[in-house]
Design a protein around this ligand. Structure first.
Ligand code: SF4
Ligand SMILES: [Zn+2]
Length: 348
């Protein structure tokens, strides 16, 4: 009939080799993956599925639509679409484009990025837990543009909720407030669930993180210095220590602090069957990093299992572990079934 032709088109597109790794949108991606990408004759990327590409296409269309709305309704503030910025690392100019640079009433020129999100990413954004790679990207735009602020406009695909995540050198702490139908602002705490019908928009403030820029510089520096035989360390990898008991083999109950044996790891404190988490599980170069990884299904959930022996001596730089590997805690109702932010991240 019709759809197979569209799917075939995206399937072909997914075989394309990823391009230049030196882009500001790659500021927070794994240095090793960027190095693989830099040497396409030595390292062949796995194809991207048609489905992932179509999710990305949908995201681009939401961006386009939101820009149109801003052009129409925010004529005073909105402007400088696709503004180009760059930072320089070891003499290499690394370019990026912001969706726009609106001039906000209280804060002045601000780098703006528009993102459509699934429930998973939106829930995290609502809690001020912006994905590490996005924070690096926005940070690089702020630094590259010589500005003080960045604004992330997030659109929740499933329900059309909107939130603005505002990151600024003038903000001291993460705070979320939600506009209720009565017109009042509700201070929001992650542990307070809220029904979808009870709100339409939210504002999240986030302090600017100057250390992040150092991490970005260091990452690109490593990629620039790499060769096919001298690659940067892996930034991610399978977890080997049991999370539930933190490697102790037992844990203390919350209220009465009674010692209980950890059944998750058979009291060993170890993850018995290590598996790749995000982003390794979705990385197009995982077979180079984890050649022994085997795909297995736990119910319907695909898992890349790696033998413990093959991982235990591999050095992994978990510089941003806590922000990328945590399971989300949901303040929103109907969080859906996503377990990764696959759809939110442009996967090389
Ligand atoms: S598999 Fe993981 S560690 Fe290796 S390049 Fe990809 S993201 Fe980095
Ligand atoms: Zn345990």
């Amino acid at each position: 009939m019709l759809i197979e032709k569209v799917i075939d088109y995206y399937t072909e597109l997914g075989k394309k080799t990823p391009g230049n790794p030196f882009r500001l949108s790659n500021s927070g991606r794994c240095a090793r993956a960027l190095a693989y990408q830099r040497f396409p004759t030595a390292f062949k990327a796995e194809p991207m599925s048609a489905r992932v590409l179509m999710i990305l296409e949908e995201g681009k269309r939401v961006d386009k639509w939101l820009k149109e709305e801003f052009r129409k309704h925010c004529t005073k503030e909105w402007g400088r679409e696709e503004k180009e910025f760059y930072i320089v690392v070891d003499g290499v100019k690394i370019y990026g484009h912001a969706d726009g640079v609106p001039t906000l009433e209280r804060y002045g020129p601000t780098v703006a990025e528009l993102k459509s999100m699934s429930n998973f990413g939106f829930r995290n954004a609502l809690q001020g837990k912006t994905d590490y790679s996005y924070r690096c990207q926005l940070n690089s735009y702020v630094v590259g543009g010589g500005l003080n602020n960045a604004l992330w406009v997030c659109y929740r695909k499933e329900t059309s909720h909107l939130l603005e995540l505002f990151c600024s050198k003038k903000i001291a702490k993460v705070e979320t407030r939600i506009l209720t139908p009565s017109g009042g602002w509700l201070q929001f705490a992650p542990e307070t669930p809220i029904e979808d019908e009870e709100w339409q928009r939210a504002e999240v403030t986030h302090p600017f993180d100057p250390n992040l820029h150092q991490e970005v510089i260091e990452r690109f520096h490593q990629v620039i210095r790499s060769t096919p035989t001298k690659l940067p360390e892996r930034e991610y990898g399978p977890r080997l220590v049991c999370e539930k008991c933190e490697g102790k083999g037992f844990y203390l109950t919350e209220k009465r602090q009674i010692k209980k044996a950890c059944t998750a790891c058979n009291e060993t404190g170890k993850v018995l069957e290590p598996s790749l988490g995000f982003p390794c599980s979705h990385c197009r170069f995982k077979r180079y990093c984890w050649p022994q990884a085997k795909l297995k299904y736990e119910g319907k959930k695909p898992l890349w299992i790696v033998p413990r022996e093959a991982v235990k001596d591999v050095p992994i730089a978990h510089i941003h572990e806590e922000l990328n590997l945590q399971e989300p805690q949901g303040p929103m109702k109907n969080p859906g079934s996503e377990t990764s932010n696959e759809a939110e991240v442009e996967l090389f």
